[in-house]
Design a protein around this ligand. Structure first.
Ligand SMILES: Cc1ncc(COP(=O)(O)O)c(C=O)c1O
Length: 439
């Protein structure tokens, strides 16, 4: 397929002269030229060369109501005429916090930040400050942002990361604090026995367990039955804090996030992405008991842009829409996503390509593998990731944009027509994928 890319190439060359690597986040690096967007509307996006894409990336998840959703535009436009930032209290943040407390099972108190990494950072500091303990259990393949204390063993080289029985924490970057992983206990995702053993050995030192309850940074992996319930029991029994990182799953898989969908309530949860229609805002929400360590000033939490008025205006508009229209938003979107998942499986079969499709209708993963399911990072590594990258490129060349590792985000704006068009691109992209793989 040939797409015109001349303007993107020129912009990339220009960007590389003054922006390190030509991109502002490593997640935006692509083989060749990164995507330079001109504009986006609903579930569609146009690049600077005029190529149009059906967008399943949605800004890495935030645009659940589609790009440039009218309610977000209106709220943001109204707020910018009233002042852009105050670094002071205002009514919108109370309204956003009230909506979160109504929607999210664990939320009795809330604090706002700007991005997900900060909300996670706040959660870990709070858990350590509240318990007076240092150690944190983290699962291999889970991503909790790019900050030093958690950027370990997201997608490590398995050889460097040890066997599942004795995992090592592998830093994700040069320059992380030396010995930063000393207080981390790295365990295989979905392995409750490993968590039991860790608590048996270190129970009185463990401040928190942090987990993506529905793991979306290494495939789209549901917890095995009993895993989250077991984490809840063990943390309660040992006086540790259970933290759900719901930066992706929050307000996406259900109005109350994965904790509502899966029926397990953590002590603390971090939210971001889908809560504000593309504006940058995150939230730490949790039980009054744990959050009280922020209330009473024992644990410090700050930020010039926290509860930014424009972002809060967007958050209120989105949260109110999701809350009040939950019946007309979630079931149809999830149904269309499930339909797409089923049709992708059928397309794989028709083309003789082993396409495994797992997750929920709101966000799912395609893997190239003969396996029946993917439960953890090691299963994920065993899938054909290079083949998946090739499928991503083939789809991209045909006007369908998915997250390169094979993740698909749905929005309310993915219509039946767009789904049908997507499936045509998939049918054209799949044949010959394996030959290329083996050749
Ligand atoms: C589960 C999870 N936690 C934390 C983060 C970090 O959020 P941000 O990129 O907004 O800092 C991400 C980002 O993708 C995420 O997926």
């Amino acid at each position: 397929m040939t797409r015109s890319t001349a303007r993107s190439e020129a912009l990339f060359a220009r960007a590389q002269r003054t922006i390190a690597g030509g991109v502002s986040s490593d997640a935006r690096r692509m083989p060749g030229v990164p995507l330079f967007v001109d504009h986006a509307h609903g579930a569609e996006l146009w690049d600077v060369d005029g190529n149009r894409y059906i967008d399943y990336v949605l800004g890495q998840g935030p645009n659940l109501l589609g790009h440039a959703a009218p309610e977000v535009q209106e709220a943001v436009t109204m707020q910018v005429t009233r002042g852009i930032t105050y670094a002071a209290q205002h009514e919108l943040e109370a309204e956003a916090a009230e909506l979160i407390c109504e929607m999210v099972p664990c939320a009795e108190l809330v604090r706002f930040n700007s991005v997900g990494s900060e909300a996670v950072h706040a959660a870990l500091r709070l858990a350590r400050g509240h318990t007076g303990r240092a150690k944190v259990i983290k699962f291999e393949g889970n991503y909790h942002g790019w900050l030093d204390p958690v950027l370990y063993s997201v997608h490590p080289d398995p050889e460097a990361a040890g066997s599942p029985q004795a995992l090592r924490a592998v830093p994700g970057s040069a320059g992380q604090t030396p010995h930063g992983s000393d207080e981390l206990i790295l365990l295989p995702h979905n392995d409750l026995d490993a968590v039991r053993s860790a608590f048996a050995a270190h129970g009185s030192e463990i401040a928190a367990v942090i987990v993506e309850p529905f793991l979306c940074n290494t495939g789209a992996i549901m917890p095995v039955p009993g895993f989250l319930e077991g984490l809840r029991e063990l943390t309660t029994a040992h006086g540790s804090v259970l933290i759900f990182d719901e930066i992706i799953s929050g307000f996406r898989v259900a109005p109350g996030g994965a904790q509502e969908l899966l029926g397990v309530t953590p002590d603390l949860a971090a939210f971001g992405k889908a809560m504000a229609g593309g504006m940058q805002v995150s939230a730490l929400a949790g039980s009054r008991e744990v959050m009280n360590s922020i209330t009473d000033g024992t644990v410090a939490h700050a930020g010039t842009f926290n509860s930014h008025p424009v972002a809060m205006a967007a958050a209120v508009a989105v949260l109110r829409t999701l809350h009040e229209q939950r019946e007309s938003i979630y079931p149809p979107m999830i149904h269309r996503g499930e339909q797409l998942m089923a049709e992708l499986r059928a397309a794989g079969q028709a083309a003789g390509v082993p396409l495994l499709v797992e997750g929920t209708g709101a966000v799912f993963q395609t893997y190239l593998t003969e396996a029946d399911t993917v439960r953890n990072y090691r299963d994920f590594v065993a899938t054909d990731r290079a083949g998946m990258a090739r499928l991503h490129q083939r789809l991209f060349d045909r006007g369908v944009s998915i997250v390169p590792r094979g993740l698909w985000f749905l929005s309310t704006e993915h219509t039946d027509d767009l789904l049908a068009e997507t499936l045509e691109a998939v049918a054209a992209a799949l044949p010959g994928l394996q030959e290329e793989e083996n050749g």
